[in-house]
Design a protein around this ligand. Structure first.
Ligand code: ADP
Ligand code: ZN
Length: 527
């Protein structure tokens, strides 16, 4: 008997056109599909909205056998499977919500060779009987969606993903594909190692999102009311457009949503404090209603596919550049112009570090997360093109300036603050890391009230009298964003301390140039 001819790229294109109505593959999709069609393992790093799912769906339809898809969220699975079924693709999912009868039907269908795609959760795969049943079937491929969940360096670590490496031994010869939108070099290595994708080709698509216009605005320290007012202003200026406002806490989320509603916006609050049904209802409203603005915590995220989101505003910044890119990446998925606006302030980085510190995790993991938070703040308070910074961080060395972000449009004036930085670091050190920001600045200016001789005797007393107070604030804040100074909470009376010792030494020795923006864009006072 003749074996059926192996599927070709022409078949793949025909399927893309027939089932999805897309004229051709875009970006690196074609390369990824070609690898799997040839039966080889592949790891695909494609940006959000880059069309990761068809990369495995099409080969699963074309290759003989069942395509197994491991996906981290039931909501994600449900969406994908429902969409596939509507398009006439034989797909099913097995999760805790599927009845016994439906399960039997799915297995019958699979046995009869009538099923192209089966979605399962990593927990589901941990059950031996499921593996046994899969062993009886020919598999076309194994796809691991959102593969960064395997890495504790990533921001969505799922311990269950750790066990997926054994699929390599359980199903030898079945091509495996790992897909993710976020992976810096370290996470990428981790994915390859954990999932035993040693020989896999790693395909990394460009992370450019030319239709996104990005900007960042400095918050006034401690003024929540002003930040809220600024968010309302921003949303009001975009009335009628659909958007997402990310908040760092559930309280903040409820508060901002209410304020937006009071201002006449169709705002919907969304966070993990609501039960699943309520969240689903709210998500449906967001998808269905015109000009809806989702005010959410990070509980709102993975798998949200609304094409015409015109803006993403961070009322509070995320935890890393990966999270930043993924979250602002939810805007403009239709390719039309969209905006990403991030509000950030010194209290945000202090809060982020405090929260990390209180988390139960290994010290080395914590250290990486702290570094990631700092890199994000350095970008936000920095003076280089925002997409260029992020894409270089993702390993795209050749990324050019975007030309449309706030930095490209209006390059900020910088001044060389290396000497002031040395003075500020020395002052913090001499003062014994026992004082807050205002007091440190007063010391630099020589303005401390009721000053004692021990202080005037310090070599740092009044060494900054030649510089304006607001400049000192900008310098000290910037040193915090760069991690050279840290704010220790000290029960609500934060103390300024020295940051990473090696980095601080670099500044003292003049090896590290500190550039500070003369006038960072700031949240404006409410009118
Ligand atoms: P991701 O999972 O990478 O975020 P999806 O797989 O959800 O992205 O795809 C995002 C959108 O892009 C979907 O609406 C999808 O139909 C569309 N899409 C995928 N591939 C193509 C293509 N080759 N041409 C045009 N649109 C595409
Ligand atoms: Zn730019």
């Amino acid at each position: 008997i003749l074996a059926p001819p192996a599927p070709t790229m022409a078949d793949a294109r025909a399927t893309l056109e027939r089932v999805w109505g897309h004229a051709d593959f875009r970006g690196m999709q074609a390369e990824v599909v070609a690898e799997i069609l040839a039966g080889r393992d592949v790891m695909a790093v494609l940006p959000t909205g880059g069309g990761k799912s068809v990369c495995y769906q099409i080969p699963a339809m074309l290759r003989p056998g069942l395509g197994l898809v491991v996906s981290p969220l039931i909501a994600l699975m449900t969406d994908q499977v429902e969409a596939l079924k509507q398009q006439g693709v034989a797909a099913a999912r097995l999760d805790s919500g599927v009845s016994m009868d439906d399960r039997s039907a799915i297995w019958r269908q699979a046995k009869a060779g009538e099923l192209d795609l089966l979605y399962v959760s990593p927990e589901g795969l941990a059950q031996p009987h499921l593996i046994d049943r899969l062993h009886d079937l020919p598999l076309s491929l194994i796809a691991i969606d959102e593969a960064h969940c395997v890495s504790q360096w990533g921001h969505d670590f799922r311990p269950d993903y750790r066990t997926l490496g054994r699929l390599a031994e359980l199903f030898p010869g079945v091509p495996r594909i790992a897909v993710t939108a976020t992976a810096d070099a370290r996470t990428r290595d981790d994915i390859v190692r954990s999932l035993r994708l040693d020989g896999a080709r790693v395909v990394v698509d460009s992370f450019a999102r030319p239709n996104l216009q990005l900007s960042a605005v400095r918050k006034e320290n401690g003024s929540r009311a002003r930040t809220d007012a600024a968010v309302i202003e921003l949303v009001r200026h975009r009335r009628g457009k659909s958007g997402v406002v990310y908040c760092g806490s559930r309280d903040g989320c409820e508060r901002v949503a209410q304020a937006l509603k009071d201002a006449g916006t169709n705002a919907i609050a969304y966070h993990a404090g609501m039960d699943a049904r309520e969240r689903d209802k709210r998500l449906e409203r967001f998808l269905a209603e015109d000009g809806a603005v989702m005010v959410a915590t990070i509980a709102f995220g993975m798998g949200v596919d609304k094409a015409d989101v015109r803006f993403v505003i961070h009322a509070d910044p995320p935890g890393s550049l990966e999270a930043y890119w993924q979250e602002i990446g939810r805007a403009g998925r239709d390719g039309e112009p969209a905006e990403g606006i991030t509000l950030y302030g010194p209290s945000d980085i202090a809060w982020a570090l405090r929260r990390l510190d209180s988390r139960p995790m290994a010290e080395e993991v914590k250290a990486v997360q702290v570094r990631k938070a700092r890199q994000l703040f350095a970008m936000l308070d920095g003076a280089t093109c925002r997409p260029q910074t992020v894409r270089r961080y993702f390993g795209e060395g050749a990324a050019d300036r975007c030309g449309v972000c706030d930095i490209c449009q209006d390059p900020p004036a910088l001044f060389d603050a290396t000497v002031p930085a040395q003075k500020a670091l020395a002052a913090v050190q001499r003062l014994g890391e026992r004082f807050g920001k205002t007091r440190v600045i007063d010391h630099l200016l020589g303005k401390t009230k009721d000053v004692q001789p021990w202080e005037t005797n310090l070599s740092t007393w009044a060494i900054g009298a030649d510089t304006a107070m607001h400049t000192w604030r900008d310098v000290v804040d910037h040193l915090m964003f760069e991690g050279l100074l840290v704010e220790d909470p000290n029960d609500g009376k934060p103390l300024v301390m020295l940051g990473d010792a090696e980095a601080v030494r670099g500044v003292y020795r003049g090896e590290r140039v500190i550039e500070v923006r003369l006038t960072p864009a700031r949240v404006s006072a409410p009118r």
